[in-house]
Design a protein around this ligand. Structure first.
Ligand code: OFO
Length: 172
């Protein structure tokens, strides 16, 4: 049984994850438009993962006998000056999501909602992985710089870069 306040907080997080999915879909469209096909696919797949995060929260709220709510979701940014700027924005977004998850974990613990505290541990680990993933891509893009040819080869080699960094899962 969730308190009213906890339901509200979890529903807010459902919306935040939905926004994340839309943000990465939009970023994927930008990459596709710029002919960065592998980055576009990577971001589109990532949008799918965000929808799974949303559904994980959605199902938890329902399983607890409460009403999951989809609220209004604002339009994500669609303009980026460069691939580096896009991935810096994605990394900053993940840091913000980590703060939100930490806030939820803290609230669950201080209000003795141990079931929700336990449920949220998956998100704590996931955020650690997500920050690592986007930080790695920002670092690599900073190394590559703005040269279009180098960016073209990085795009072509994206899967190898990710797997060498241990960032591809078996489903990727
Ligand atoms: Fe990117 O982890 Fe959910 O939001």
């Amino acid at each position: 049984m969730l308190t009213k306040e906890m339901v509200k907080k979890l529903n807010d997080q459902i919306n935040a994850e939905y926004y994340s999915a839309n943000l990465y879909m939009q970023m994927s469209a930008w990459c596709d438009d710029q002919n960065f096909q592998s980055f576009a696919k990577f971001l589109r797949d990532h949008a799918g993962e965000e929808r799974e995060h949303m559904e994980r929260l959605f199902d938890y709220v329902l399983d607890c006998g409460s009403l999951a709510l989809i609220g209004q979701i604002s339009a994500p940014t669609s303009q980026f000056k460069s691939l580096l700027e896009l991935f810096k924005a994605a990394y900053a977004h993940e840091i913000e999501i980590t703060k939100q998850i930490n806030g939820l974990v803290d609230y669950a613990l201080t209000h003795k909602d141990y079931a929700t505290f336990n449920f949220l541990q998956w998100f704590v680990s996931e955020q650690h992985e997500e920050e690592k993933l986007f930080k790695t891509l920002v670092d690599k893009l900073e190394l590559v710089g703005e040269n279009k040819r180098d960016l073209f080869f990085m795009d072509k080699d994206l899967n190898r870069t990710l797997s060498e960094s241990g960032l591809l899962t078996s489903e990727d």
